[in-house]
Write a protein that binds this ligand. Structure first.
Ligand SMILES: *Cc1c(COP(=O)(O)O)cnc(C)c1O
Length: 416
């Protein structure tokens, strides 16, 4: 079956009530038939429901659908996108290891990698996703993951997938791609050879700013790398499960360990109610991402013709640095557009005059949003620091919604 059909039907079998929508199993625990049944579930001899921290039937439908859309063999839902990114790294590392991260990453992923993980003995090195040849020398025996985004937030960099995957495969290092902005309808990183895909479901998957959540998806071939001596977590017995070896027991060792060890012990589990909102979101994602991208390209085009504006950034603009890679790898450009006004004051004035765009530090809503990083997210930085972070004082980021394009352009025109 094709994506739109999978997104609407996969993984849900109606019970006797014949509910058209997937039921929300809002429960912490599930009853066992008897103590033997309970023992078999705990020993992983039989599959079934135990406790919502390690699995829930509503959440399972979301996991099955996103795994299918990304061409993975399995998925794990988490309480947030950051939860998904943390688990996907934590699954691979031990104290003393390092990871290699794209220099164009979501801010939270950068602080996680360079600050918080450092306190647990993990170091991070940067690479340029558009020119990844330097990976070759950055990878060492303790490198456990390469993390990058399919369309970087907020830089909008499109990575040179083929080159990253080629080097990572030669060295047998796991690649993790954050596909939040692009979504599986623009690119399926697993089809390009990426081992693990992560999402913040809080963005385009839910699509309307109603819930926080995330997910991790495992490629069918990730196990090939997990079997090497680089990844002892998957080849040594787990004493907390009576000596279980994840690679021996499972065809999906990455997701199995993330669920059975990390979700069990760290506990950043998705609420079944939020899983249900993500199921609703997936029903229309294919239509929405097309419209977001169409509106965004029209707006990027309009902005690049205005003389007050410098440096409009959108991957599918012909003069953009990412254009060649966008044409090669992406089907849609997604809904994020950024550009520069002359000064801090001009940017503030522009934001104030907008009527349809809301000033919010978020993206990927069905409603259009605007951010001025210099006065909000990066407000603590000095002029010098802003410059180093690559954030001009007049930078504006738009997240283009699903409103009528004429109204959006008129709103921008008035504000300019
Ligand atoms: C928002 C975002 C995250 C973090 O997701 P949360 O659900 O807010 O924790 C991670 N990666 C990217 C690319 C994002 O845009």
């Amino acid at each position: 079956m094709k994506d739109a059909t999978l997104a609407l039907h996969l993984g849900y079998e109606k019970d006797k009530e014949k509910s058209m929508q997937v039921p929300i199993y809002m429960t912490t625990a599930f009853e066992y038939n008897d103590t033997d049944h309970a023992a078999r579930l705990f020993n992983l001899e039989e599959e079934g429901n135990i406790y919502t921290r390690i699995g829930n039937p509503t959440t399972r439908v979301f996991e099955k659908r996103i795994a299918a859309l990304e061409r993975g063999i399995d998925a794990l839902a988490t309480a947030s996108g950051m939860g998904a990114i943390f688990y996907s790294i934590a699954n691979l590392i031990q104290s003393g290891d390092n990871i290699i991260i794209s220099k164009n990453l979501y801010g939270g992923s950068i602080t996680l990698s360079t600050q918080t993980l450092k306190q647990y003995g993990i170091s991070a090195k940067f690479f340029n996703p558009a020119k990844p040849d330097e990976l070759e020398v950055l990878i060492d025996d303790n490198t456990k993951a390469i993390l990058f985004e399919s369309i970087a937030n907020p830089a909008l960099t499109v990575p040179e997938f083929d080159e990253i995957v080629k080097i990572a495969n030669e060295k047998k290092v796991i690649t993790i791609c954050d596909n939040t902005i692009a979504t599986p309808y623009s690119v399926k990183p697993i089809e390009l050879g990426v081992d693990i895909v992560v999402h913040s479901a809080s963005k385009y998957i839910v699509g309307n700013s109603s819930a926080i959540g995330g997910c991790i998806i495992e490629a069918p071939f990730a196990k090939e790398k997990l079997k090497t001596s680089r990844y002892p977590n998957f080849n040594k017995p787990d004493e907390s499960y009576h000596g279980l070896v994840y690679n021996e027991k499972f065809e999906n060792p990455f997701i199995s360990r993330a669920r059975l060890a990390l979700l069990r012990d760290f506990g950043a589990v998705l609420s079944p109610f939020n899983a249900w909102l993500f199921i609703l979101g997936l029903e229309t994602l294919h239509l929405r991402i097309k419209e977001h991208s169409k509106n965004a390209l029209e707006i990027a085009d309009y902005l690049s013709k205005q003389k007050e504006i410098k440096n409009v950034n959108y991957p599918f603009l012909k003069n953009n640095d990412n254009y060649q890679r966008a044409m090669k790898y992406l089907k849609y450009g997604s809904g994020i557009v950024s550009f520069e006004l002359e000064s801090y004051e001009k940017a503030k004035e522009f934001v104030k005059k907008l009527k349809i765009f809301s000033l919010v530090t978020n993206i990927a809503d069905s409603k259009s949003l605007v951010t001025h990083p210099a006065s909000t997210t990066h407000q603590q930085l000095s002029k010098e620091e802003l410059k180093n972070a690559g954030i001009p004082e007049g930078l504006i980021r738009l997240s283009i919604g699903l409103e009528d394009i004429d109204d959006l352009i008129n709103d921008l025109k008035r504000a300019l």
